[in-house]
Design a binder for this molecule. Structure first.
Ligand code: GDP
Ligand code: IMO
Ligand code: MG
Length: 431
């Protein structure tokens, strides 16, 4: 078996710029495949003065000759999916030509969105801060072996089975929160949403739905190259993230094999994407979070507002313990630093090298409850220069390279690319 599957995934709490990097390197691959997550993701791509935010559809969709696969590990909401398709079509692309959906991709029902909302309401100030796209409830039913899959929509009794299951979901939601009529889903009442969702299921039937694990393995045998596109980030992984403030899938490299049906021996490079600082949207621990003007400045410079929900992202310094851990779990072979330009104007940049608690120093992240882990910060001089138009490593300012070298040394890993702006070509090869 050739090792022709490379992986791109986030090493922090999501929004590291995965979409931009996938789009930038896509031309080197025959297939881009999503292996987990669903419409909770928001992957931004900018090229030729156009900007797109993709949720369920892989970031290779704008390359006509590249096949895009939604793998079995993904959860798909037909309504959200069709909205995304319409936007892509109105920009002049035809996703019917280069998109394939696994028949085993689980469906997000309107009832999952309802359950997500009522479960979060019930948690009060302990809520996860979910994107409310129905992710947790859809994966829960998958593992309860009650879920519906994309392949099921072609059965003649799909709608009657759907309605039976829907009644049970609505009943459960009412037990948690009796007045569900108050809850709007994407601004619509449950009934309105459901009828639009059922229309979208019909549209979904016009797409190529098949056993993508067979398709992908055939391509591998023929020497084709696949890029697996991760969603969310390693610190949101259901097992290795800051549980319970996580998402409901394996966002780490282990998820690639189960989410696509390809063997571990086919995996080549693992690109770990990280921002030159840190952000988090939603609740949960964030040891290097900045609650002062510096946090505001990072948010402003980096336009740190959620691509899916528009929520302001929490901002803080780079967290090396967290990165060390994520590199280890994922087996990262190549690091990619994004949004380096966001630090262009800063006098001093700080980085957490370790955490300190009760006179003990920790090299890996600790997200234990009730214990205060203080990041131990080091200071670095800012480069105070616009790097957004630079294209070669040799052009980068010396103070930038000091920051870059420090990170490589601390992480004992090489940074292969530095991204210096949101555009497709704003990327510097550094290895
Ligand atoms: P993803 O979820 O990992 O794909 O990331 P998002 O798209 O949610 O968030 C990343 C944001 O940063 C998007 O608005 C991108 O257009 C933007 N972006 C990506 N790379 C860079 C970069 O190197 N510099 C700047 N300034 N913005 C970037
Ligand atoms: P991309 O792929 C950032 C966060 C939510 C919440 C937690 C659980 O764009 O990097 P969920 O909706 O999965 O129940 O939410 O995970 N979250 C993300 N944060 N980027 C994402 O995706 C995210 N997807 C989920 O904010 O804290
Ligand atoms: Mg995002």
């Amino acid at each position: 078996m050739n090792m022709n599957v490379d992986v791109i995934l986030g090493l922090q709490w999501g929004d590291e710029g995965k979409g931009k990097i996938v789009d930038a390197v896509a031309k080197d691959y025959d297939v881009i495949a999503r292996f987990q997550g669903g419409p909770n993701a928001g992957h931004t791509i900018e090229f030729e003065n156009k900007k797109f935010v993709l949720h369920t559809i892989p970031s290779g969709i704008f390359h006509e000759n590249i096949s895009n696969v939604i793998g079995n590990g993904v959860v798909l909401d037909p309504f959200v999916f069709m909205k995304e398709i319409e936007k892509i079509q109105s920009a002049g692309y035809d996703p019917h030509k280069n998109l394939i959906i696994s028949d085993k991709t689980h469906l997000i029902f309107p009832g999952h969105r309802l359950l997500d909302a009522v479960c979060e309401m019930a948690l009060g100030n302990k809520k996860i801060g979910s994107t409310l796209k129905g992710i947790g409830p859809a994966y829960t039913e998958k593992f309860q072996r009650k879920g519906f899959r994309t392949g099921d929509i072609f059965a003649s009794d799909f709608e009657s089975k759907f309605k039976f299951h829907r009644d049970e979901q609505v009943k459960r939601a009412k037990e948690i929160h009796p007045s569900i009529s108050e809850i709007l889903i994407d601004g619509l009442s449950y009934d309105e949403y459901e009828s639009k969702w059922l229309e979208a299921v019909k549209d979904l039937q016009t797409f190529r739905v098949e056993a993508t694990e067979i398709y992908l393995n055939r391509l591998l045998q023929n020497g084709k190259r696949i890029l697996a596109e991760g969603a969310q980030g390693s610190l949101l992984d259901i097992d290795f993230g800051s549980y319970p403030y996580v998402t409901s899938s394996n966002t780490t490299s282990g998820g690639v094999c189960t989410g696509l049906g390809i063997p571990p021996t086919s995996i080549g490079k693992v690109f770990g994407i990280f921002k030159a600082y840190c952000t988090r949207v939603g609740n949960g621990p964030f040891p290097t979070e900045l609650h002062d003007e510096m946090g505001e400045e990072l948010r402003k410079n980096g336009h740190e507002f959620g691509s899916t929900t528009g929520r302001p992202r929490r901002c803080g310094w780079l967290d090396l313990p967290a990165l060390r851990y994520a590199i280890m779990i994922n087996g990262v072979s190549d690091l990619v630093m994004t949004k380096a330009d966001v630090l262009d104007s800063l006098e001093t940049i700080q980085v957490a090298n370790t955490y300190i608690s009760q006179n003990h120093e920790y090299m890996f992240p600790e997200f234990r409850f009730g214990e205060n882990f203080e990041p131990k910060l080091s200071n670095h001089n800012g480069w105070k220069m616009d790097i957004t138009n630079m294209t070669q490593k040799s052009e980068l300012p010396s103070k930038f390279l000091e920051y870059f070298n420090f990170i490589e040394k601390e992480l004992n890993s090489k940074i292969s690319y530095v991204s210096v702006g949101p555009g497709r070509s704003q990327i510097i090869k550094t290895q």
